[in-house]
Write a protein that binds this ligand. Structure first.
Ligand code: NAG
Ligand code: NAG
Ligand code: NAG
Ligand code: NAG
Ligand code: NAG
Ligand code: NAG
Ligand code: NAG
Ligand code: NAG
Ligand code: NAG
Ligand code: NAG
Ligand code: NAG
Ligand code: NAG
Length: 481
């Protein structure tokens, strides 16, 4: 690479800057290169013909939005101008044309020295700043002020792009903002849609209403939703798109005989629609075979909370008051029976669990230790994969997490961070998580929860479903794929 200094006086710009010399420095690649934008339609400024590459550079210099050009990539004399940040957006690749080149505007903090200083609209110190409507120098459109490097940088033009601050790092003209989970996306992704329960957040026991929903489950093939309707002591089924639930377990009031349940926590539904219910107060797992009018007890070794099956049909249960995860009712799969603690082998009041087939491990909400533990099969040593830093609202913390779900596509860990009224997402080996939904404060509006007690993703991982216990509803959020 060599640096080609371009000093040009542009008559058009002279009209707004009588004394100005507008110069740009371009870094040129070797020949046989082209620019591949990350989002062509959002980045292309123009495609024209110029007789030389120098005239193409001149055209880029004249367009304040231009930060990248390439020349003679597809056609003789073709000059393409792009906006965007070469460091983060798109790439340079070999082209089929031997003489094609790419030029990149070289930026330095001196070019932005007057940022924030007062200005008058008829004076422009460089092509990189404009006089804003508050009469101070501001970044040009589609760029944002990066205080760390004292420069305006182009905004990111791609849905889902990683961003690191909550300000305007993403293309605001495309409706993208840097969301709390540090990806560019529309604000809409933070807004939940109620898909079960009343719209007014009160409880109800009719077909539409719910009373303190907790465990939820989605059938992978057709997105049928099952809700552990805890205070109504029943499980409701909602066909996709329907707000009218059908009772598929319990529903005749709370109690301890086999047709009733008391204080439901997690639920699990197999593909034949047999329903496993953590029937907490009755200290059992109630299995409701499809269409059955009463349940069968399949585990009864304490206050059952988390319930799940592995791919071989083994039943795992989190026993809250025994501080263990049991396999098939009487084998300890994790924790130490009747002993709570915070070491690697201990659990303290375990609740939601998730069996991850990819890693053959079980993820456990170690609720009173405010952490998520992962146990590989046949190992009694738990690995802390989220939290474990005391109860709190910090990104490295959780507060009494109750449900966990692991993506089979990305391995990301989604956590119902119950007492923080939010959903957190952690990556394996990360030291902090990001907030996917909720604000950290209890509330009733569509961006908030009041105690997140259950969560799941649909099988293609396009939606997140969350039980919003004290608002008596199940909320759905669109996920970035
Ligand atoms: C390109 O060069 C040709 C021949 O030298 C000239 O006629 C034409 O005006 C030039 N075009 C531009 C856009 O400068
Ligand atoms: C002036 O700037 C403010 C803050 O940046 C912005 O909200 C407003 O829309 C601008 N007004 C005009 C007329 O551009
Ligand atoms: C690319 O930009 C267009 C607007 O030009 C936008 O509609 C589209 O969503 C963007 N594509 C991605 C993947 O972000
Ligand atoms: C909440 O909505 C339900 C269903 O529309 C209705 O029956 C109930 O009266 C409402 N409750 C309140 C307090 O508005
Ligand atoms: C959804 O799929 C299950 C099988 O997993 C089937 O039993 C059920 O009838 C289906 N429901 C609908 C509404 O198609
Ligand atoms: C369950 O009941 C539904 C409707 O009453 C019926 O269509 C279905 O065949 C039954 N399934 C089984 C497995 O009994
Ligand atoms: C579960 O295990 C306990 C203790 O070993 C035993 O008493 C009980 O009968 C078992 N229940 C079932 C359903 O297997
Ligand atoms: C773990 O338990 C020990 C003994 O009860 C206690 O001293 C320590 O503070 C606990 N650590 C955390 C991180 O809670
Ligand atoms: C999990 O396993 C599935 C099926 O084998 C595979 O497609 C997917 O990439 C795996 N996911 C992760 C995160 O390893
Ligand atoms: C996490 O760390 C372990 C141990 O250092 C390593 O083996 C594993 O590959 C890492 N996993 C990911 C997803 O980074
Ligand atoms: C959250 O739910 C609790 C328990 O129902 C209630 O006391 C509290 O007022 C609710 N908070 C908000 C902000 O709605
Ligand atoms: C969490 C975070 O970065 N918050 C910042 C979002 O942007 C506003 C305005 O620049 C800051 O005041 C916040 O601190």
């Amino acid at each position: 690479m060599f640096i080609w200094q371009l000093f040009v006086v542009i008559s058009m710009m002279n009209e707004i800057d009588s004394q100005g010399i507008f110069h740009s420095q371009f870094v040129l690649t070797n020949s046989n290169k082209k620019y591949i934008p990350a989002n062509f339609s959002a980045q292309i400024l123009s495609i024209t013909l110029t007789n030389t590459s120098k005239l193409c550079a001149l055209a880029c210099n004249q367009n304040i939005m231009c930060s990248i050009f390439d020349y003679e990539v597809f056609m003789s004399k073709e000059c393409r101008l792009f906006e965007g940040d070469i460091d983060t957006v798109g790439s340079i690749d070999v082209s089929s044309s031997p003489q094609s080149i790419v030029g990149i505007v070289k930026l330095s903090s001196e070019l932005f020295a007057q940022y924030g200083q007062s200005c008058s609209s008829n004076h422009q110190p460089t092509r990189y700043l404009i006089c804003g409507n508050d009469s101070t120098y501001q970044c040009i459109p589609h760029s944002y002020w990066n205080a760390l490097i004292s420069m305006c940088k182009p905004q990111l033009p791609i849905l889902g792009a990683k961003c690191s601050q909550n300000t305007s790092m993403c293309r605001t003209d495309l409706n993208l903002i840097c969301l709390p989970f540090k990806q560019c996306g529309p604000y809409d992704l933070l807004i939940g849609t109620t898909i079960a329960g009343y719209d007014n957040a009160t409880n109800g026991v009719d077909a539409q209403g719910l009373g303190q929903p907790r465990g939820i489950y989605i059938l992978p093939l057709n997105n049928t939703l099952f809700v552990g309707d805890s205070n109504n002591c029943r499980v409701q089924r909602f066909d996709f798109g329907s707000r009218a639930g059908t009772t598929v377990a319990g529903g005749t009031g709370c109690g301890s005989n086999l047709v009733r349940m008391s204080r439901i926590w997690s639920i699990f539904v197999d593909n034949d629609e047999n329903i496993y219910v953590g029937d907490y107060n009755n200290e059992r797992v109630a299995l409701w075979l499809r269409n059955a009018s009463q349940s069968v007890v399949v585990a009864n070794e304490g206050k059952m909370d988390g319930v799940t099956l592995d791919q071989y049909g083994n039943l795992y249960t989190a026993v809250y008051n025994r501080h263990v995860i049991l396999r098939n009712n009487n084998t300890v799969a994790a924790g130490v029976y009747n002993v709570n603690g915070n070491s690697t082998i201990h659990l303290d009041a375990p609740r939601g669990i998730f069996f991850d087939q990819n890693t053959s491990s079980i993820f456990v909400c170690d609720t009173r230790n405010h952490r998520i533990q992962q146990f590989h099969m046949n190992s009694s040593i738990g690995i802390t994969v989220a939290g474990g830093n005391g109860a709190g609202l910090g990104p490295h913390q959780l507060d009494s997490p109750i449900a966990v779900w692991v993506s089979s596509k990305t391995g990301y860990i989604y956590i119902a961070d119950t007492n923080n009224h939010r959903v957190q997402r952690w990556k394996l080996n990360d030291t902090e998580g990001v907030t996917i939904a909720g604000t950290g404060i209890a509330g009733q509006d569509s961006t908030m929860f009041n105690a997140t007690t259950g969560l799941t993703l649909n099988s293609d991982e396009t939606y997140l479903y969350v039980s919003d216990q004290n608002n008596n509803r199940v909320q759905r959020f669109k996920l970035l794929v």
